[in-house]
Every structure is written in C-alpha cells, then in structure tokens.
Write a protein that binds this ligand. Structure first.
Ligand code: G4P
Length: 197
C-alpha cells in the first residue's frame, strides 16, 4: 500500500538492526484516517472470502482490525493477554512467545465469541517471527473456525514469520513488506496488495 509505505518513510524510525518504530501512527499514537484506509484495503482484498469475523490481538492490532471489521460489516474480536474477572466463560487459550520481549504470554478468547464454521480474517500490526499470528491461528483451530487469511500492516520480510504462515497453507496479505534496513532507511519488497493501489 503506497500510502503506508510513504508514511513509513516519513514517520518511521529504524532502531538498530531490526526494529522499526512507528509510534506516530500505529503502535502508540494512532492515525485513524490511515487506519481506516488500511481497514478498507484489507476488506477489498478479502471482499469475496465470506468473512464472518475479524480477529486480532491486543493492543496495536485493534485499530486496523476494527476498521477492517467496519468495512466488512462483521464483528471484531481481540485476543487478550491477561485474564480479567469477567472472563468466566470457557476459553480458547494458547501460549505466545515474543522474541522481541523474550517472554511467553498466555493469550485467550472467550470460546463463545468464535463459533464452529466462522470464517475468520486475522489482522495484526506487525509480522516478525509469526508467533502472535500462529497463536491466533491455533485459537481458531480450537474453535473449529476457518482462517480465510491473515492481513498484516507491516511485515519484516527478513524474519521468518511469513514463511511459517505460508508453510501452514495460509493466505497472507501484508500491506508493507520490509526487505531490509540500509543506512537507517527502509527498503521495501513488493507488497501483497500492490494490485489494489
Ligand atoms: P511475532 O509476533 O511476529 O512473533 O514477533 P515478535 O515476537 O518479534 O514481536 C513481539 C511484539 O513486538 C509484537 O507486539 C510485535 O507487534 C512487536 N514488534 C515486532 N517487531 C517490531 C518492530 O520492528 N517494531 C515495532 N514497533 N514492534 C514490533 P506485542 O507484544 O503484541 O505488542 P503490542 O501490540 O501490545 O504493542
């Protein structure tokens, strides 16, 4: 998505070897106008997939997922990283290891919110090692829901998340694909939605 790539060039900041800071529009401050366009793009790509729910994981996946859900006119459900007192239903549960944070967290969704036969579009802000995405796929398997695809706002293509998802036979749509960082600049690979620009 050209608009997103341009925004990454303008407002993204490369930190060290492998981290992109995008806290001006995605991971801390959120540009709702950009998020709305991102949500619409995911909805365009998956318009004919029969999506019944959009699923993401808190926190930064929520904004793009919500606008995708609005465009597809379906509910958005986000996996929680902490169980709270009102979560007294049966739960879909899995463990997600974060290579960035070097810790494992338990993520959960109330099992009543995803039904057998649901056609789910998974959305997240970053695809790096794919642990969060695979965790969500695992939760959908527990619910006997079908994952019709995954939409990632930013993919770091030099990490192995993409390959892991493709190996599982998943359809993947990343709107910005980072091939590498060079002298503090972002070099993009062709995005999966380039035909929609
Ligand atoms: P993975 O989910 O693909 O396996 O990636 P990893 O374990 O490396 O990432 C863990 C967290 O760090 C995720 O957020 C992910 O979105 C984020 N992350 C990974 N690479 C980058 C990056 O280059 N820049 C930024 N800004 N974030 C990155 P999270 O823990 O789920 O946090 P949040 O959504 O609650 O903020």
């Amino acid at each position: 998505m050209k608009l997103l790539e341009d925004r990454i060039h303008t407002d993204g900041q490369v930190l060290g070897q492998d981290i992109l800071k995008v806290d001006r529009f995605l991971t801390h401050q959120v540009d709702y106008q950009l998020m709305k366009k991102i949500g619409k793009r995911f909805a365009q790509v998956y318009a004919n997939a029969g999506v019944t729910k959009v699923v993401t994981i808190e926190a930064s996946g929520i904004a793009p997922a919500l606008y995708a859900a609005e465009s597809l006119n379906v509910p958005m459900v986000f996996a929680k990283k902490a169980k709270n007192v009102t979560m007294n239903d049966d739960l879909l549960i899995t463990e997600v290891y974060s290579f960035t944070k070097k810790l494992t967290s338990t993520v959960q969704i109330s099992s009543k919110l995803i039904e057998e036969g649901d056609k789910v579009l998974i959305i997240d802000d970053f695809l790096a090692n794919g642990q969060a995405a695979l965790g969500l796929v695992h939760l959908m398997e527990q619910a006997k829901a079908e994952v019709v695809g995954l939409g990632m706002v930013i993919e770091k293509s030099f990490q192995d998340g993409r390959q892991k998802l493709l190996d599982q036979g998943m359809k993947l749509t990343s709107l910005a694909r980072i091939e590498k960082f060079e002298d503090g600049k972002v070099i993009f690979a062709p995005a999966d939605d380039k035909d929609f620009d």
